[in-house]
Ligand binder design. Sequence first.
Ligand code: HEC
Ligand code: HEC
Length: 210
Amino acid sequence: MPGESAYTRANYGFEDIALKGTPVAACASCHGKDGGGGGVFPNLTLQDETYLRDTLYAFAAGTRRSAYMQIMASQLSPQQINALAKYYASQPRRRADANPPAPTALGEAVALRGESAKGIGACASCHGATARTGKAYPRLEGQSAWYIANQMRLFAGDGRGSTARGDNPMTAIARGLTPAQIDAVAAWYAAQPPVPVQARPAVQVRQAAR
Ligand code: HEC
Ligand code: HEC
């Protein structure tokens, strides 16, 4: 089977990360040494611990579909998943793409205002800095442009799945945008600086608003 050799390492099983750190070394072969990703590989350091943890469980269960990641995640123990989520959430963050495509006014308009003719709200209302719902929405600032656009195409084709919250609006959103809008919003987010740690804890924002 082509590419089969890429998985031989995972088949050995992982040591406990707290003891050896082996899982991080295995992840690094695709997501980069610092977890910052790039190109087809997402930047893991942008996301908070809850999203990373839920996502690894979703890959293992197959509710989020990815051939690569199901193989990886289904071999991790719950302890390793928790430790990996904590690890990547606490790494310094950088943009995934060193030279992202130039951001445009179209991309900014989709991100910050949405597409009202199609009833699509601003991406930032869910993915934005305030994280006001307190849900573990993934961050997009500094994510790889290719990855964002490809996720939109997967959502539109209903091929991506999601974490188990059962409230994923992305299929309808992705279907409502044109290819030009998708590429533009992906480029806009890829060019944004990652959100600093202090601005991120969703729980604090939610408590302050009450
Ligand atoms: C063989 C390459 C490969 C390896 C090794 C790998 N990944 Fe991935 N990972 C991917 C790809 C490709 C995706 C994008 C999947 C998709 O299209 O949805 C991904 C996606 C992810 C995501 C989702 C990110 C997001 O923004 O939703 C997480 C979390 C993740 N990987 C964690 C890990 C961890 C932790 C490890 C090590 C245990 C690991 N990956 C090892 C290729 C890999
Ligand atoms: C009503 C809330 C909402 C809005 C508005 C929204 N999203 Fe999402 N988005 C989500 C949720 C929820 C998920 C996570 C699914 C999961 O947990 O796997 C998601 C996931 C994503 C992902 C995958 C990220 C990753 O790291 O894998 C991308 C890319 C994305 N959205 C882009 C967009 C863009 C671009 C827009 C604006 C056109 C947008 N979203 C608007 C709720 C929203």
